[in-house]
Design a binder for this molecule. Structure first.
Ligand SMILES: Nc1ncnc2c1ncn2[C@@H]1O[C@H](COP(=O)(O)OP(=O)(O)OP(=O)(O)O)[C@@H](O)[C@H]1O
Ligand SMILES: [Mg+2]
Length: 347
């Protein structure tokens, strides 16, 4: 039986990671995991080159993601039409929502749901309307990405968006998890990295809202550096291991936490008002969540306890090179890479 392999490559601003997943009709398994820090953007190519020359990946096919201000994701409402009609209409429609020239972007769209009442709540659509997911990415961003991957001898398969990869990782986890923990629920995924926080709100594993907030781990480090009067490298070290300075660190970041939680709440309120459904559970990931005491600070500000989830929890590991303890430790940082590789199921 043919087994397919795919590498999910998450190129973050602080860390890169590659997760390879193997899949056939019967089973799915993780067969390689690598994570490396990127000291600065000039060394990105060397870090990647090192990962790919020293890991025994079984494929060259890679899925990566783009993110940032050159990526526009919109959930738009359009009259019901066929997929062909939608593909024809989308250029005109997109020009209303995109702050770039249409000829400078690559467009993608997907029909999500049709209006009318559905079980379990409102779609917010009237009977002759449908919701469409529109993604537009600046062409030069895609071209740079492809050039980087091809220079490494890799074969770019799909270029995804961080927030959707996060959703795909959760969908895979739900599929592999035989307990009904997250089924049929409205949940919010929040990934707090170094430069940005990604939100994806899922209703029964279908993405209904995504947003990127440009506030994350780097802002914690900045705040610690200012408050304690130390440089960024020292602040980064204290953030990871505050020792006797725990209280000062907590105080230093409280303003950032408030601002970030305010933005997160705006997104949650928007979703809850539009869909008339409460968000039942919060799942946090990303490197920033390792910070001691962060869960409590978020719980206080969001009035819900965020769970730090492990995207690899229910996926078998098929490699002697992977240390299960290490995998578990790095897991919160691997959500996006796992979600990128999870596309192997739909190959
Ligand atoms: N043990 C730790 N304690 C506190 N913070 C940590 C720890 N380990 C990593 N971080 C922080 O996590 C952040 C990196 O997270 P992550 O790997 O998710 O980012 P990234 O994907 O590289 O960035 P981005 O997605 O924003 O481009 C950094 O701000 C780093 O300081
Ligand atoms: Mg990231």
């Amino acid at each position: 039986m043919a087994t397919r392999h795919l590498i999910g490559l998450d190129i973050g601003s602080k860390y890169v990671r590659a997760v390879e997943i193997a899949c056939n009709k019967k089973a799915i398994a993780i067969c390689n995991v690598r994570q490396e820090e990127v000291p600065d953007q000039n060394s990105l190519r060397d870090v990647l080159s090192n990962i790919f020359s020293t890991t025994k990946f079984k494929t060259k096919r890679v899925v990566t993601a783009v993110s940032g201000r050159s990526v526009i994701v919109r959930y738009i409402t359009m009259p019901i039409m066929s997929v062909d009609e939608l593909n024809n209409a989308i250029k005109m429609e997109a020009s209303k929502y995109i702050p770039f020239e249409i000829q400078d972007v690559v467009l993608d769209c997907q029909k999500l749901q049709q209006g009318g009442s559905v079980e379990g709540g409102s779609t917010g659509l009237s009977e002759n309307e449908m919701r469409v997911l529109l993604v537009a990415v600046k062409k030069n961003v895609i071209e740079e990405h492809i050039a980087l991957l091809e220079a490494l001898g890799l074969t770019p398969d799909i270029i995804d968006v961080d927030a959707f990869a996060l959703g795909n990782a959760f969908e895979l986890r739900s599929m592999m998890n035989t307990t009904p923990e997250s089924q049929n629920k409205v949940i919010a995924l929040v990934d707090i990295g170094a430069s940005k926080t990604n939100i994806n709100i899922l209703d029964n594993t279908t993405s209904q809202f995504t947003r990127e907030i440009y506030m994350a781990g780097n802002d914690f480090t900045d705040a610690i550096s200012k408050k304690l009067g130390i440089d960024l490298a020292q602040a980064e070290a204290i953030k990871k291991d505050p020792g006797s300075k725990a209280e000062e660190v907590k105080e230093a970041i409280s303003g950032i936490i408030d601002d970030l939680c305010h933005e997160i709440r705006l997104s949650f309120d928007y979703f809850e008002n539009q869909f008339d459904k409460p968000i039942e559970q919060l799942y946090f990931s990303g490197g920033a969540v390792y910070m001691a005491g962060l869960q409590d600070l978020f719980e206080r500000a969001l009035e819900k306890k965020p769970l730090i989830w492990n995207p690899t929890e229910f996926i078998p590991v098929e490699s002697e090179d992977i240390n299960p303890e290490e995998l578990k430790h790095h897991a919160p940082q691997l959500a996006i890479a796992v979600g990128l590789a999870a596309r192997v199921r739909k190959d």
